[in-house]
Design a protein around this ligand. Structure first.
Ligand SMILES: [Zn+2]
Length: 210
């Protein structure tokens, strides 16, 4: 796993180099006389602030960034790179009162069991194939495995249009929805699984930075 904190602080050219291994899981080094391919299958996790001061969209603090600065900051991470990241999540600050409140939530041991079960479903699904999890599906497997009904199709079409999503984002949504369905032990991708996967494309949305 590769974890990049403060993503926009990395040089843009450095980040762009990640596009090939994220897409193909290999790195190609080309010289005049030869080119070599190395395996580079990894999970990318990255974190960033919503703006340089960190308070854009904050529930009770004001962002002090000058107009245009927020967009410039976000633009340091290119659309094509964001396109290749399966899940985007905007995390708003949680007030202390909520943090300390005793709320019933799923225990991590229970979550772990669900993750193990979802991994097993995928191992069985891809038995005898070269891949072993949903993220690695190519276009052929996508068509076979990620079938959705008419209601799901309509929802996805609307989201594509409204959020201005790319074809690549469309494929990612299907794969993530397949995994959400696996986590719910559902043989079919249902509309709610698609709706949840669409939510995880928040950085694709036009106007995210206001
Ligand atoms: Zn700010």
């Amino acid at each position: 796993m590769l974890f990049l904190d403060e993503l926009p602080e990395f040089k843009r050219q450095v980040l762009e180099v990640l596009r090939q291994p994220l897409e193909d899981r290999v790195v190609t080094i080309s010289r005049a006389r030869f080119s070599v391919e190395y395996p580079a299958s990894f999970m990318l996790v990255a974190a960033m602030n919503p703006c340089p001061c960190g308070y854009y969209n904050h529930p009770d603090k004001d962002c002090v960034c000058a107009p245009g600065v927020v967009q410039k900051y976000l633009n340091k991470v290119s659309g094509p790179l964001l396109d290749r990241i399966d899940i985007h999540i905007e995390v708003t600050p949680v007030p202390f009162s909520e943090l300390s409140a005793e709320r019933p939530s799923e225990k991590s041991a229970v979550m772990r069991e669900r993750v193990i079960a979802a991994r097993q479903v995928q191992q069985d699904r891809y038995a005898g194939k070269k891949i072993h999890c949903n993220a690695q599906m190519g276009s052929k497997e996508l068509r076979e495995i990620c079938r959705i009904d008419a209601a799901g199709k309509a929802l996805l079409e609307k989201a594509m249009e409204r959020l201005g999503l790319s074809a690549r984002a469309y494929d990612r949504i299907l794969k993530v929805a397949r995994t959400i369905a696996d986590m719910a032990a559902s043989p079919d991708i249902r509309t709610e699984h698609l709706a949840e996967a669409i939510q995880y494309r928040s950085l694709d949305r036009e106007g995210w930075a206001g």
